[in-house]
Design a binder for this molecule. Sequence first.
Ligand code: FMN
Length: 236
Amino acid sequence: MTEKFTDEEKKGLYKAIHSRRDVRSHFTTKAIEDEVLSRILNAAHHAPSVGFSQPWNFILVKDTQTKAKIKKSFEEEKEKSSQLIEEPKKSKYLSFKLEGILESPVNLCVTYDPSKFGPFVIGRSSIPEAGLYSVCCAIQNLWLAARSEGVGVGWVSILSNEVLKEVLNLPNHVVPVAYLCLGYVDEFASKPDLETAGWLPRLGLEDVIYYEKWEDKRNSNWKNIQNIIKTNLDYA
Ligand SMILES: Cc1cc2nc3c(=O)[nH]c(=O)nc-3n(C[C@H](O)[C@H](O)[C@H](O)COP(=O)(O)O)c2cc1C
């Protein structure tokens, strides 16, 4: 597997990245074939991980009673979090559809197990969070692979981890990192739902890149890339 990507292959990869969406609604009733689900999980399992610790597990859920318990936690947590904002934002927030727990055919909890291959893991002593970061890499792989298969993924973080741990029988030391809803969709929106709803805009790439030091945007050694970023982005 040492050969270069062809232009078509590169386009395919960037297409997955740019057209991936967080999906909360419009799941079709079509079941995800086990072959497809296996490929998606295998993509997740091939993510990078600190010290090759592979600290993830994937709990597949389709039991409706389990889903109902998780949905209840979502509703409680959404109500609780809405107390943190004032009107008119509060009503707008409450009107958003922010999960597809019951409608999606497969729910998936991705967990972090710090004890795997531990306690010494190369690269995790100084920055213990590197373990969690590794699980997030797996989730992103999963999200992109799912997009290429036509499967929508929605991440639900408006949940109580305590409820997740109890409902899914997680041992005490295992951390639930993501609760995901998966299902086929007929189309993927061209923009994030929260952008379309006017909640937040996408920042310009030029707004998030600094040169050499925090908040330095004018460093002359980087002029060319500054122009490209502003005017001429490929595969976007
Ligand atoms: C860690 C994390 C947690 C998220 N939690 C939720 C959530 O609880 N409900 C929801 O509707 N979307 C959730 N999202 C999705 C984001 O809202 C979404 O990624 C963002 O608006 C950009 O849209 P896009 O993913 O379609 O590009 C979450 C995303 C991440 C990365």
